[in-house]
Write a protein that binds this ligand. Structure first.
Ligand SMILES: Cc1ncc(COP(=O)(O)O)c(C=O)c1O
Length: 369
């Protein structure tokens, strides 16, 4: 048996050889990579002299500051749903939700492009799983047909984080209803950005009554730390009693709750930001289309699949050298052979810069072919 350090060095060497070595790098250049879709991330933090910076304990103990129910009621109201429950992150919320309410005797249909936190939550659940082809209603229906007499769950993202496309939620909700399946939708990338009050795609499509739960993150468009789950009072009650990801971790600090109240107000009232986001998306996609290179999806996440890892890294490096912070997305974040550039359009991007970016991306794609 070699040493543990030798094992780590070998692993890192293998990653380097495969072109999948990662480093933490500080942001540089125009931000076309973060999930700050509405441009809130650069806003200065308000001072809250009366609110503590310590969560102090689990929510179940002294971590349940009086401000948290205020935030959760505001969130429930935003979604016109019975209840909401805050978590420390979207990763934790997905893992906690799926690992708590789904059990080994259940049957789950999960989209092939679902996020790692969904995959890990489903592993925790130990349920029988069938992964259906991405956004493929036919494959989903086939899975539902063979599920038998078990409690069934369908889990999907609404706007997919790496594909930039949206799930056919109306059709999925209809299938869920006809096969008596419970629908869970991860709205991480849609929260703040869709619907007349920004509460996401499920609400914009008026599907709230057809979903068991939605999962929302604060760290993307809303610009605050944490995440939340929306659903029934009973769902909230079972999570408060059973969810290890809520019970056995320190609550977010009360000062963060004040930021949530501001973030909800800001997002709810930011129709102008949403329309800038969607018009910037149209501007970039139109400019890029002129170069005759395919881009995936139709929204503000724009993936350009290059296939080879090294090619994606080289294209991203060219863009970074030109002052654009665009990163290469490689396996295991995306399937092998689908390494890509992922361009994230924001409400506060200057439209003139989007034309230049389109040109530079096309040049980088061609130069690395
Ligand atoms: C679809 C999806 N769900 C959940 C998460 C996790 O959210 P958070 O960053 O708040 O942990 C992410 C973040 O990458 C995501 O893309």
């Amino acid at each position: 048996m070699g040493s543990l350090e030798d094992r780590w060095r070998r692993e890192l060497d293998e990653l380097r050889a495969a072109g999948r070595y990662r480093e933490l790098r500080s942001p540089r250049g125009h931000d076309f990579t973060s999930n700050d879709y509405l441009g809130y991330a650069e806003l200065a933090s308000p001072s809250e002299p009366t609110l503590s910076t310590s969560g102090a304990a689990s929510r179940l103990l002294r971590g349940h500051h009086v401000i948290w129910p205020v935030v959760e009621n505001r969130l429930a109201g935003w979604h016109q749903a019975p209840a909401a429950l805050i978590f420390t992150s979207g990763y934790v919320a997905n893992e906690g939700l799926l690992g708590t309410i789904i059990g080994p005797e259940d049957y789950v249909l999960s989209d092939a492009c679902n996020h790692a936190s969904i995959i890990d939550g489903l592993r925790l659940s130990k349920a029988k799983q069938r992964v259906f082809a991405h956004n493929d209603l036919h494959d989903l229906r086939n899975g539902l047909r063979v599920a038998g007499d078990r409690q069934k769950f369908i889990v999907t993202e609404s706007l997919f984080s790496m594909e930039g496309d949206t799930a056919p939620l109306r059709e999925i909700a209809a299938l869920a209803e006809s096969y008596d399946a419970n629908l869970i939708v991860d709205e991480a990338h849609a929260t703040g950005c869709f619907g007349s009050n920004g509460s996401g795609l499920v609400d914009a499509l008026r599907l709230r009554s057809q979903v068991l739960a939605t999962v929302h993150t604060g760290g993307k468009a809303l610009g605050v730390p944490g995440a939340y789950i929306v659903g029934s009072m009973l769902l909230r009650e079972i999570l408060v009693n059973r969810c290890r990801h809520l019970l056995f971790t320190t609550a977010l600090p009360p000062v963060v709750a004040a930021w949530w109240l501001m973030a909800i107000d800001r997002a709810q009232n930011d129709d102008a930001g949403r329309s800038r986001l969607h018009s910037n998306t149209a501007t970039f996609r139109k400019a890029f289309a002129r170069h005759g290179i395919a881009a995936g999806g139709a929204d503000y996440i724009v993936p350009i699949v290059l296939g080879d890892d090294a090619r994606a890294v080289a294209a991203a490096e060219r863009l970074q050298a030109a002052g654009f912070d665009v990163r290469a997305i490689r396996p295991p974040t995306v399937p092998v052979g689908t390494a890509r550039l992922r361009i994230s359009i924001h409400a506060d991007h200057d439209p003139a810069l989007l034309d230049t970016l389109a040109e530079q991306v096309a040049a980088a794609v061609r130069a690395t072919a």
